[in-house]
Design a protein around this ligand. Structure first.
Ligand SMILES: CC(C)(COP(=O)(O)OP(=O)(O)OC[C@H]1O[C@@H](n2cnc3c(N)ncnc32)[C@H](O)[C@@H]1OP(=O)(O)O)[C@@H](O)C(=O)NCCC(=O)NCCS
Length: 211
């Protein structure tokens, strides 16, 4: 994982990009509260609408549980504290699906003052590196508001394609808005499938007779 990473534009001197566990969740609370104050910038919102602190408590607990199940948390820390984070979590794939392992990018968020300086790029790079090398997935998916140009630009940079558009999918500030479904696919999905079949076979042969 990258440690000190000088950013491309040089407008932010240094930001440290690192993977975190549940013990780092408190570090993102101020950022989450600030961003959630700008309604609709973080998806999905905590519903039903609650006080920000209660919203954070619910989100924190969900993140904590997801981290126990192999989720990825990457933080960007500047001299003043955390300026951004990315969070991705595995999704169980039903047996009937052709896809072995689904990962979902739930949040990539950068403090307003720190945007446009490469922080989002550095976060995505680190999160995808972790997902590619250590978590493994057949499909890394996400949803994004169709008018979120910054996020669309960021995701396209990392090979995410628009696979479809869900009309009037999300309620944002009293308006039903469209979202794009985007995904990046790992190479060797067939390999992932056959690994799963192989491990099933192994499970069968290795299963001990019940006493
Ligand atoms: C989306 C977000 C995470 C991007 O973070 P960032 O630190 O500004 O991203 P970067 O500086 O690395 O820029 C990434 C790319 O997007 C482009 N970009 C950034 N802001 C842009 C904007 N407002 N309009 C068009 N392009 C933009 C950059 O030029 C860069 O592309 P390039 O490398 O080809 O030049 C940030 O804008 C954000 O936190 N937004 C609010 C939360 C959000 O919407 N998250 C996504 C939810 S799905």
């Amino acid at each position: 994982m990258t440690d000190r990473r000088p950013l491309a534009s040089g407008r932010v001197a240094e930001v440290r990009i690192f993977a975190g566990g549940a013990d780092r969740l408190d570090a993102i609370e101020p950022l989450w509260l600030m961003l959630s104050a700008h309604h609709g910038e973080l998806t999905p919102p905590e519903l039903p609408v609650r006080a920000p602190e209660a919203g954070w408590a619910a989100r924190r607990e969900r993140y904590r549980r997801a981290l126990e199940d192999g989720a990825i948390l990457v933080l960007a820390e500047g001299p003043e504290g955390v300026v951004g984070y990315a969070f991705a979590h595995p999704r169980p794939a039903p047996e009937s699906l052709a896809i072995e392992r689904l990962l979902e990018v739930e949040t990539v968020a950068v403090l307003a003052e720190a945007r446009g300086k490469g922080v989002g790029t550095a976060l995505m790079e680190a999160a995808i590196d972790l997902a590619d090398k250590w978590i493994g997935y057949a499909r890394l998916g996400l949803t994004v508001y169709t008018d979120n140009v910054a996020a669309l630009t960021l995701y396209r940079k990392f090979g995410f394609d628009i696979e479809g558009t869900a009309r009037r999918y999300a309620l944002r500030d009293g308006e039903l808005v469209d979202v794009h479904m985007m995904a990046r696919h790992a190479v060797g999905i067939d390999g992932a499938k056959s690994r799963r079949n192989a491990s099933r076979k192994n499970t069968k042969t290795e299963r001990k007779p019940s006493a």
